[in-house]
Design a protein around this ligand. Sequence first.
Ligand SMILES: [Zn+2]
Length: 484
Amino acid sequence: MRSQYLRGSGRKMYFGRIAVIFFIISISEAKSVAKSLNKCQTLLSDDLINEIASYKDVKEEIFRYVTEGDFKSKTYDELAKFVDKFGARPSGSQVLEDSIDYMIQITKDEDINDIVTEELEVPHWIREQEKITMLEPRSKHIAVLGLGKSVSTPPEGITAEVIVFSNFDQLAETPRQDIDGKIVLFDPIFTTYAETVVYRSQGAVKAAEKGATASLVRSIAPFSINTPHTGSQYYSDSVPKIPTAAITLEDADLIRRFYDRGEKVVLNIKMTSSYETKISRNTIIDYKGIENPEKLVIVSGHIDSWDVGQGAMDDGGGLFISWAAPVILKRLNLRPKRTIRSIFWTAEELGLIGAYDYEERHRNESNNINFIMESDEGTFSPLGLVVAGNEEARCIIAEILKLFESINASTLVESDSPGSDIAVIVKTGIPGASLHNANEKYFWFHHTEGDTMNVESPEELDLCAAFWTAVSYIIADISSDIPR
Ligand SMILES: [Zn+2]
């Protein structure tokens, strides 16, 4: 999950053109659909409302099977097997490709065989040596994680004084000669991910425009036990590419205190990495509908991860509940009218590369996407959905969510750009939703070594899998398409 991407253009690779997509939702900023419920009563027919309510029994059958029956703990157990076997699955790596093959095999083992993969070029950035040492005002090791696609420093490293900015306005107001040749540290205090992540994604370009020799960012996180958080960043072809990395909240705040006291802070930064392109695959699994197999309700998550941690939370959980949806329906012999398509996106972390490829490749059949869903913001207790679509579409989803009041998962959060990968498709006018869940601690672990199975809970994954399956089944089966 990220909040903002700058995507480039090339024939196959997308690393230069700027197109900004906002997609992290701050719950505090989101409006509840409750206010417009009166409008929903006029938009939805009584027949449709009654029809949706009639899915209560099917929903309960799915929940019983997943939370008490044969599927209990299955999502967690399968996720754990996967994460333990493969660990981190960075874009372009062989382990990512092996993990894709594995997902295909466990799907076939469930006798679901309608599976295709689509090849595309992806970035393969490999982190090598990374070391930051504070030389003044005292000697100290600074924990570091380079940001995605960062260039290397010279072998001896970069030794320079640090200048600290808490926002881009301060940088803009400071004369170039005060910044030239220095290391810029951006230390915004985490408010929401959407607000603060720009200092990670754009910091290197903004600092380089002012002549900085390297840029650092206070990790984009609300909490830390001296843990740096990596993430994507986007160079511009019009300014020099400078090395860029995240440091911990603790070290950033230490440097800030020295700086505010007027003490000169000097760092030595040594970073090396390599970068090339490789072939990876999006994975597409169809559980064919019985009446309108050409119409699609998509559930999805990304299979790649950062190179640190294990990608259990980001996005193993989303991957596995999206794998579970057709598997659970098949096991229960529930076949909806429309097709349920599971997509495992590749190379999300380095710029939604798989999603852009899918959107371009399937553009001429995009009319067939009835609704698209993604889980990439945690699979903690489900609370509802973050929904993009017109008023009537949101009213139908709100009506469906009423079926989940008993597990407190009936909240509809409005957003024009939910999710990460699916934002690429939703922005073309296709209605969609991301999983709204109790993810207050998501950014504690996000893009760190701490993203492991210990973050996941069997009970919460069961609830998410059951919710994801039931919601996608109902949308795929009701008489009404989701309107655009
Ligand atoms: Zn993610």
